[in-house]
Design a protein around this ligand. Structure first.
Ligand code: ADP
Ligand code: ADP
Length: 233
């Protein structure tokens, strides 16, 4: 089965008497191992769609099947459970715990997954190694560069072996060179078989994805395979 399958999902925000139709009718299927960029102008519904796909919110209408589970009508607790198991999040602002070392930041999701301490440290060390940061394991975020912080966040996203990596503007806080380094890392994760979905408004960054979905006014405007994937190897 596909890893993501949405059928006619809509999202309405009610603000007093006003209704905002953030998503109108979005149907999208994403297979395991795809690398997809969501693009679109501000207000087109990217964040809303990411929030639903990431099980941070539920649609107002339509159906969302994640990895074979119908999550359209789950309670907040059920949703949190699915989220912790299935999704690794990467954010623009890294969202690391400032007082914790890189290793402890990466190990955090493993606490919820029920691993013991030594096992957590071992798995987290391996995840840091996989993003090229083995030597920085005991550094705190403020002792790391922006690119290194984002690598820590990516290691944290990977540590639970999620079905999908969801990255919301992952290069938004990085300079151009570092952005491309992070995109090279995403490409390597894609080659290893990870499923990646990222939201970006930067064409240069979207070109790394193998499929580009453009939203406008809460609808999918175009959904195309990217035949000119940007790789700098
Ligand atoms: P994008 O990420 O593409 O900028 P959003 O998904 O954030 O788009 O927003 C889509 C539309 O929904 C916009 O008109 C936005 O103002 C509105 N919107 C988003 N979130 C909320 C919310 N929590 N409450 C009310 N309106 C919202
Ligand atoms: P992004 O920079 O990713 O597009 P936004 O700044 O649009 O994010 O939104 C940040 C948060 O605020 C999101 O959780 C979104 O749902 C919410 N939001 C966006 N627009 C509105 C709005 N008009 N009213 C209330 N909340 C909103």
């Amino acid at each position: 089965h596909p890893v993501i399958e949405t059928t006619d999902i809509s999202k309405v925000y009610r603000m007093g008497t006003e209704e905002i139709h953030a998503l109108q009718s979005v149907s999208i299927t994403i297979q395991r191992g795809e690398y997809v960029a969501f693009m679109g102008p501000s207000g087109s519904g990217k964040s809303t769609l990411m929030n639903i796909v990431g099980c941070l919110d539920t649609p107002s209408g339509g159906r969302y099947i994640l990895n074979g589970h119908d999550v359209s009508n789950m309670t907040d607790n059920q949703l949190a459970d699915v989220r912790n198991r299935e999704i690794g999040f990467v954010f623009q602002s890294f969202n690391l715990l400032p007082r914790a070392t890189a290793l402890d930041n990466v190990a955090l999701p493993l606490i919820y997954a029920g691993y013991g301490k030594s096992e957590r440290q071992e798995i987290a060390r391996e995840a840091l190694r996989s993003v090229g940061l083995a030597e920085r394991a005991l550094h705190k975020p403020n002792e790391l560069s922006g690119g290194q912080r984002q690598r820590v966040a990516i290691a944290r996203a990977l540590v639970n072996n999620p079905s999908i990596i969801l990255a919301d503007e992952p290069t938004g806080a990085l300079d151009t060179r570092t952005s491309h380094e992070i995109m090279d890392l995403f490409e390597a994760l894609y080659v290893k078989g990870n499923t990646i979905i990222m939201v970006t408004h930067e064409e240069d960054i979207a070109r790394y994805a193998h499929r580009i979905v453009r939203l406008r006014d809460g609808l999918i405007e175009t959904d195309v395979i990217n035949h000119e994937v940007n790789t700098h190897h």
